[in-house]
Unconditional design. Structure first.
Length: 101
């Protein structure tokens, strides 16, 4: 399976338009063709108890709302990495900082 996995069409009405894409259409700070989404959810795909690396592999799921029928749907799933300590804080965990002396 190749990442990113994209779901360009709404499963309900087949529209490709999403609320966020519509909203960003005339936004000068967002370059044309940039993938935008309303909501991003992160899921680590590494075992937390075995994370000793400064970065963690995560799946980032993008969610948006269909501009035509209003369905909340997943638009894209990508594999990415992010700093482990930030990720743990986001998930309400205390990062174990190694003691350096
Ligand atoms: Zn739709």
């Amino acid at each position: 399976m190749e990442f990113p996995i994209e779901f360009p069409k709404c499963p309900q009405c087949g529209s490709k338009d999403t609320v966020c894409r519509q909203a960003c259409e005339n936004e000068p700070s967002v370059p044309k063709g940039t993938f935008v989404s309303l909501e991003k959810r992160l899921t680590p795909i590494q075992d937390f108890s075995k994370i000793s690396t400064p970065t963690t592999r995560v799946l980032m799921r993008h969610y948006d709302t269909c501009a035509k029928c209003g369905l909340d749907r997943c638009t894209r799933v990508e594999k990415t990495t992010m700093p482990s300590d930030i990720l743990m804080k986001m998930m309400g965990m205390t990062p174990q900082t190694p003691h350096r002396r």
